[in-house]
Design a protein around this ligand. Structure first.
Ligand code: NAI
Ligand code: SAJ
Length: 469
C-alpha cells in the first residue's frame, strides 16, 4: 500500500523518509525544457519517477537515456544514468502514470491563443488524467505558470469533480517553476528559494515537506495557491515592464546623442536602480505571455502592463526602421517615400524604397542565445517586418531553420558571398562569432544585442541603445 502524504497519521519525519526511500511514487507531466530537468531532480532524490509526455519521441528518448532537452549543463548525463537505473521512466499514458503515483507534478505549457487569451488546455488535459488516478492522501503540484486564481477556480474544482473525491482528502499546491533555461538543474536544485502555496494548510504543509527534501534553498511558504500563482506572474510582469523601460530609453539614443547603454550601466551603480537591457524585442513563451495572464484573465485594468507590451512589441519595427534609415542614407535614395510635410522618414508604413530592392540577413531566430525556442521570437518578427516592407530576407540560426518563415536559410559561411545590403543581429548565438565581417562587402549592420564591434570594417553599424557608430 503506497504511503499517503496528505492528512495522514504518519509523522513528518516518517513521511520524509518514505519520500526519500522512493515509497511515494512521483509522476511528472510534461518533459520539456522545465519538466525533464525537474523530473530528473525528483528522480535523483526518490528513484521513483514516471515522466509523462504526449510526444512519443520525447518518451522514447528519455527511456533510452537520451535527453531531448539540450543546452542544459549536466542534464544529458543525469538522464542517461537515471534511465539506466530505472529511477526515471517515461510514458505517453498519463492515466497509467496517475494511477501509480501519489505525487503528481504538472509542468506542461501554459500559453496564449491567437486572441492573447490564456490557454490552459494542456494543464486541463493533464488534470483530467490525474483525476482518473487520484487517491485520498495524494498531492497534486502545479509547477506550470498559471493566471492567478486558476487553481482555486478551475483546477481544484476539476479534480474534485472528476475524481469523485471530496475536497480536503487530497492536496493541491502551486509551486511555480522559477528556473531559466540554460541553468535549469542548478536553479531547480536551489539557486532561488522555492515558493509554495496550498489550496489549504495541509496541502501547503505537504508540498513544503516535499520541496524541503528536494531543494537546497529555503522554502517560501505563502498564504495560498493564488498567492503562489501571483508571485510567479508578478516576477514576469516586473521583467516585461522593466525591459520596456530599457527599450523606451534606447529610443532616446539618437535624440539625446548619448550612449544610453552606458547611461543605464552608470545609473545601475545605484543599489535601488536595476534598469534592464535594451534589445530587439521580448521573446519566449513566458515573459511576453504572462501580462495576458492578468490582462485577459480577469476584469482588471492594468494600463502599465499593456503599455509595456506595446513598447516591447514595437521593437522589431524599430530595428527595421534603423535598417531602412541606414540603407536610405547609404543609397541616398532620391525617391524615399515622404510624408505630407515633405519630411522623409524611413519608417513610412508603405514598402520603403530603401528596403524594396535590399537583401537583409537576420542572425538569430530563437528568442535568446543557446535556447531552441522560437515562440514570440524577435528575430522571426523582424524577418516578417522586413518582408512586409519589401526586402528579400535571409536568416541564419544554429538551432532552428527558416522553414515556414518569411526568410530563406543562409549559413554563416555563406554570408560574405551572399553580400547582403544589411544584417540584423537579433540573437547573440555563439555561432555568430564566426561571421567573417571583413570578407563581407560593406553593409548596414543593426546590432540588437550590443555584441559587435565593426569599427575596423567598412560596415555602418547601429546598436540598439548606442546609436550609429
Ligand atoms: N521555459 C522556461 O524558461 C520556463 C517555463 N516555465 C513554465 O513551465 C511550463 C512548461 O514550460 P516549458 O518546459 O518551457 O515548455 P516546453 O514547450 O519546453 O515543454 C512542454 C512539454 O510538455 C509536453 N506536453 C504538452 N502538452 C502535454 C500534455 N497534455 N501532457 C503531457 N505532456 C504535454 C510537450 O510535448 C513538451 O515536451 C510552462 O507553464 C512555463 O510557463 C517556468 C519557468 C521557466
Ligand atoms: C523574472 C525572470 O527573470 N524570469 C526568467 C524568464 O526567463 P526567459 O527564459 O523567458 O528569458 P529572459 O531572460 O526573461 O528573456 C526573455 C526575452 O526578453 C529579452 N530580454 C531579457 C532581459 C533584458 O534585460 N532585456 C531583454 O530584451 C530576452 O532577449 C528574451 O527575448 O522567464 C522564466 C519563466 O518564467 O519562464 C523565468 O523562470 C526566468 O527566471
Amino acid at each position: 500500500m503506497t504511503p499517503a502524504l496528505y492528512d495522514t497519521l504518519a509523522s513528518p519525519a516518517s513521511q520524509r523518509e518514505q519520500f526519500r526511500a522512493g515509497e511515494i511514487p512521483v509522476a511528472v507531466y510534461g518533459l520539456g525544457k522545465m519538466g525533464l530537468p525537474l523530473a530528473a531532480v525528483y528522480a535523483e532524490h526518490t528513484g521513483a519517477v514516471t515522466g509523462v509526455d504526449i510526444d512519443e519521441r520525447v518518451v522514447e528518448r528519455v527511456n533510452a537515456g537520451d535527453s531531448p532537452v539540450q543546452g542544459e549543463p549536466g542534464l544529458d548525463g543525469l538522464v542517461d544514468s537515471l534511465a539506466a537505473d530505472g529511477a526515471l521512466t517515461a510514458t505517453i499514458d498519463a492515466g497509467d502514470a496517475a494511477r501509480d503515483a501519489a505525487i503528481h507534478v504538472v509542468v506542461v505549457p501554459t500559453l496564449i491563443d491567437d486572441a492573447n487569451d490564456p490557454d490552459l488546455s494542456a494543464v486541463e488535459a493533464v488534470v483530467d488524467e490525474i483525476a482518473t488516478g487520484l487517491l485520498p492522501g495524494d498531492l497534486v503540484v502545479l509547477e506550470s505558470t498559471l493566471p492567478p486564481r486558476a487553481t482555486a477556480d478551475v483546477i481544484h474544482p476539476m479534480l474534485v469533480e472528476r475524481s469523485d473525491l471530496a475536497a480536503g482528502t487530497f492536496g493541491v499546491a502551486v509551486c511555480p517553476e522559477r528556473t531559466s533555461s540554460g541553468r535549469a538543474l542548478a536553479d531547480i536544485r536551489g539557486t532561488h528559494p522555492k515558493v509554495v502555496g496550498g489550496v489549504d494548510a495541509e496541502s501547503g504543509r505537504v508540498a513544503e515537506l516535499v520541496y524541503d527534501e528536494l531543494v537546497d534553498n529555503e522554502i517560501v511558504r505563502v498564504d495560498d495557491a493564488t498567492t503562489a500563482e501571483a508571485v510567479k506572474v508578478f516576477e514576469g510582469l516586473y521583467r516585461d515592464v522593466n525591459i520596456a523601460l530599457a527599450n523606451d530609453l534606447a529610443r532616446l539614443t539618437d535624440e539625446f546623442g548619448v550612449d544610453v547603454r552606458e547611461a543605464i550601466d552608470a545609473a545601475n551603480t545605484q543599489p535601488y536602480c536595476e534598469i534592464h537591457t535594451p534589445g530587439p524585442g521580448v521573446g519566449g513563451h513566458c515573459i511576453p505571455y504572462y501580462p495576458y495572464f492578468v490582462l485577459n484573465w480577469l476584469d482588471v485594468d492594468v494600463p502599465m502592463l499593456s503599455t509595456a507590451r506595446g513598447v516591447n512589441d514595437a521593437m522589431p519595427a524599430f530595428v527595421v526602421d534603423r535598417v531602412a534609415d541606414g540603407l536610405a542614407a547609404t543609397d541616398s535614395v532620391d525617391d524615399v517615400v515622404g510624408v505630407p510635410d515633405g519630411g522623409a522618414t524611413a519608417s513610412d508604413s508603405a514598402p520603403d524604397a530603401a528596403l524594396a530592392d535590399a537583401t537583409v540577413a537576420v542572425l538569430g531566430l530563437t528568442y535568446r542565445a543557446g535556447i531552441r525556442e522560437t515562440r514570440a521570437s524577435p528575430g522571426i518578427d523582424i524577418c516578417a517586418e522586413l518582408t512586409d516592407r519589401g526586402a528579400t530576407v535571409l536568416a541564419a540560426d544554429p538551432l532552428v531553420d527558416a522553414a515556414g518563415l518569411a526568410a530563406t536559410d543562409v549559413s554563416v559561411a555563406e554570408l560574405p558571398e551572399r553580400a547582403p545590403d544589411a544584417v540584423v543581429l537579433a540573437t547573440a548565438h555563439e555561432a555568430f562569432d564566426a561571421v567573417d565581417w571583413a570578407a563581407m562587402p560593406p553593409a548596414v549592420v543593426v546590432d540588437g544585442r550590443d555584441v559587435l564591434d565593426l569599427s575596423t570594417t567598412e560596415h555602418r553599424q547601429y546598436t540598439v541603445g548606442r546609436g550609429w557608430s
